[in-house]
Design a protein around this ligand. Structure first.
Ligand code: AHR
Length: 670
């Protein structure tokens, strides 16, 4: 009996030992950092797609405010009247406000009275959002046929006009264009997303309207500003750079439809807007200066993409004299961004309200020029780079052909670009298996900017029409893959200097999206982050200035470790893409003592779990304090999880190495 007991005991002990021996071990070389981590690794990529700006970040609520979305009819505007009133509306190109805005809206009220007004309503971007106790800024240009001077009643009301949330009026109309401004104030009304904006007359008359605008409160109350809830989501990501204005939006379908920056600055009445490549017209209310201000508000540096002579429908400008005006345009644009106020374009920036130059270090020459079947990019890039370096030798020019396009890169390398923008849209399983993608990149350069990347959960790519009925934002499976991919970006952030998920924004309202998956979704009233948004937020907010080498005995668990040498914090990022919890042993070599209290931030959910406009916080990170942490400790990763462990050296090395920029010396390093 006793022998059987002993046998059972030793068998159990053996099993335990075997299990322990099989427990994967993460060993972190904490004594000597492997390389410096890029201080600008985490950033944002942005363009006008999915109504990112118009109907998105740019807070304007009126859709088709200058009546140019459709040449045949005033899209998104409708007559409002009741049984005892009547009106008609039409585009009127014979009475434009300005050269840039070559049409206006004629409103002819044929029957109306005080009790029965008639007018025109705008339905916004899938509804005008109403919030209680909120002040809206209205502005429009108007003129009237002789004999009518007003008033024009202005209101925000529900879809049937039965509930008026806010009202005001303007008078003093003349037969000439004049600008009218007023505020509308809402009261106690509950938030509503499907309201409309109405301009109405209480007597028969004819008026013309142009540039009709309605802004809710904006981020820091800036005029022509940004939607605060969306800005907050972006600020929370702590981005270090902002790449703009595209993407395809930079190039346009044709050369004429490129992002022509000179037409996007100055007063709104001088901005014609243009047809974008994603199937709708851009107001360009979000123009070059607004992009720069946006970067400034985010405390991020701009990464300016300049049009480089290639547009999506295979139109290109031949390198040489034909390209020279486009090169000059880019030089002017750079001067607008960083030139002194004594320069021509620096002065224009000052006139537009921003005398201080912006901090610019990177200029991207075009976008995805590997699509250019004329193979003219190496020569176009060389022409741009030569001219930019002659005037601004400090700027780094980014090539849009990288090593992920080997034949294009073979032709490109003679131009010696300092940085390459590489794009990766891959299925989730591929990201999970490719976390070592950048491990073998040569350390002498060129440096890498992963300017667009995202995983997708489907067996077909995002541009396949089968993506259309799927949710706009990615699920947890993608978040796991995206986090795994980011561990590879971080571990290689000595050579991968910048990276950004794309696309970033999507309006999930009816008919407003062109692409999935996208990082952040919103409708007129609400905003939500996808699981991938939270994964990126966890990564970018917990990131050091040194990369620590690490080895993990289970290669299926992606990992990255960085250290902040100033605070003595160590950030361990781990991804467990498996459906079972994973025990782990963690050893920090070269460290004698850690603060016993550490922080674990975890995003964990079944692979098909996600967030949506109705379940906005279904998958969000959780924080937990860990106690008793030592240089060797055990930790169990939950199933399907992304984990950041935040440990702290004791004492912080900054206290030992005060004022030194050398790699941190470990307290009690072996
Ligand atoms: O992010 C969506 C599109 O993908 C970008 O506009 C383009 O650069 C890429 O092909």
């Amino acid at each position: 009996m006793r022998t059987r007991w002993l046998f059972a005991l030793s068998a159990a002990f053996g099993l335990l030992l075997a299990a322990f021996a099989q427990t994967p071990t993460l060993t972190i070389q904490a004594a000597r950092p492997a390389a410096q981590a890029s201080p600008i690794l985490y950033g944002l990529m942005t363009e006008e797609i999915n109504h990112s700006y118009d109907g998105g970040l740019y807070a304007e609520l009126i859709r088709n405010r200058a009546f140019m979305d459709d040449r045949r009819a005033p899209a998104h505007w409708a007559v409002v009247h009741d049984a005892a009133s009547a009106a008609r509306i039409a585009l009127d190109p014979s009475r434009p406000l300005d050269r840039a805005l070559p049409t206006s809206l004629r409103l002819e009220v044929t029957q109306a009275s005080g009790a029965h007004p008639a007018g025109v309503a705008n339905d916004g971007y899938d509804g005008i959002p109403v919030r209680p106790h909120t002040r809206y800024r209205v502005a429009f240009y108007a003129k009237a046929a002789p004999g009518f001077t007003g008033p024009v009643a202005v209101s925000i009301e529900n879809g049937h006009g039965r509930q008026v949330y806010a009202r005001g009026e303007v008078s003093g109309l003349t037969t000439h264009w004049r600008h009218y401004r007023l505020f509308l104030q809402t009261g106690d009304a509950a938030p509503a997303a499907q309201a409309r904006f109405v301009l109405a007359l209480r007597q028969p008359a004819t008026i013309w309207l142009s540039l009709v605008s309605l802004f809710p409160p904006t981020w820091r109350n800036q005029p022509n500003g940004f939607r605060p809830d969306l800005m907050q989501m972006l600020v929370d990501l702590k981005p270090r750079f902002l790449r703009f204005p595209g993407g395809n939006f930079l190039e346009g379908n044709t050369i004429a439809q490129r992002f022509d920056w000179k037409k996007t600055i100055g007063p709104l009445r001088n901005r014609p807007g243009h047809w974008g490549p994603w199937g709708y017209r851009s107001t360009d209310g979000m123009g070059l200066l607004e992009f720069l201000r946006w970067a400034e508000d985010l405390h991020a540096q701009p990464v300016l993409a300049v049009y480089a002579g290639y547009s999506l429908r295979q139109q290109h400008v031949a390198p040489g004299p034909a390209l020279a005006p486009f090169v000059q345009d880019a030089l002017d644009e750079i001067q607008y961004v960083i030139g002194p106020v004594t320069s021509r374009w620096g002065a224009a920036r000052a006139r537009d309200g921003h005398p201080k130059p912006f901090p610019l270090h990177y200029v991207e020459i075009g976008n995805e020029d590997f699509f250019d079947r004329s193979h003219s990019y190496p020569a176009r890039f060389a022409q741009f780079q030569r001219a930019i370096h002659a005037r601004y030798p400090q700027l780094i020019c980014i090539s849009t052909i990288g090593t992920e396009h080997p034949s294009g890169w073979a032709a490109m390398r003679q131009d010696h670009p300092r940085m390459l923008d590489e794009h990766y849209y891959e299925p989730a399983h591929k990201f999970l298996a490719d976390t070592a993608h950048f491990d073998g990149y040569p350390r002498r350069g060129p440096e890498i900017f992963v300017g667009e990347w995202a995983s997708y959960e489907t067996s077909f790519p995002p541009w396949n029409p089968r993506s259309k009925p799927l949710p706009p934002t990615p699920d947890m499976l993608s978040a796991l893959a995206d986090a795994a991919w980011m561990t590879g970006l971080e571990r290689n952030s000595d050579i991968v200097k910048m990276q950004a998920y794309a696309p970033m924004l999507v309006n999930v309202g009816r008919g407003l999206r062109q692409w999935r998956p996208d990082l952040i979704g919103y409708d007129a009233l609400h905003v939500f982050g996808s699981p991938s948004y939270y994964a990126i937020r966890m990564f970018s907010r917990n990131y050091g200035n040194w990369i620590l080498a690490s080895t993990l005995t289970d290669p299926a668990l992606p990992v990255s470790v960085t250290e902040n040498s100033r605070t003595g914090e160590i950030f361990i990022k781990l991804v467990n893409p498996q459906p079972a919890a994973q025990p782990l042993r963690i050893r920090l070599e070269g460290v004698r003592r850690l603060q016993p209290a550490a922080l674990a931030i975890t995003l964990s959910a079944p692979p098909d779990a996600t967030n949506s406009i109705t379940r906005r916080r279904n998958v969000v990170p959780r924080r937990a304090v860990l106690n008793g942490i030592q240089p060797a400790f055990a930790y169990t990763l939950p199933a399907d999880s992304i984990t950041v462990l935040r440990l702290r050296l004791r004492p912080a090395p900054a206290l030992l190495n005060a004022g030194s920029s050398a790699p941190p010396r470990r307290p009690g390093a072996e």
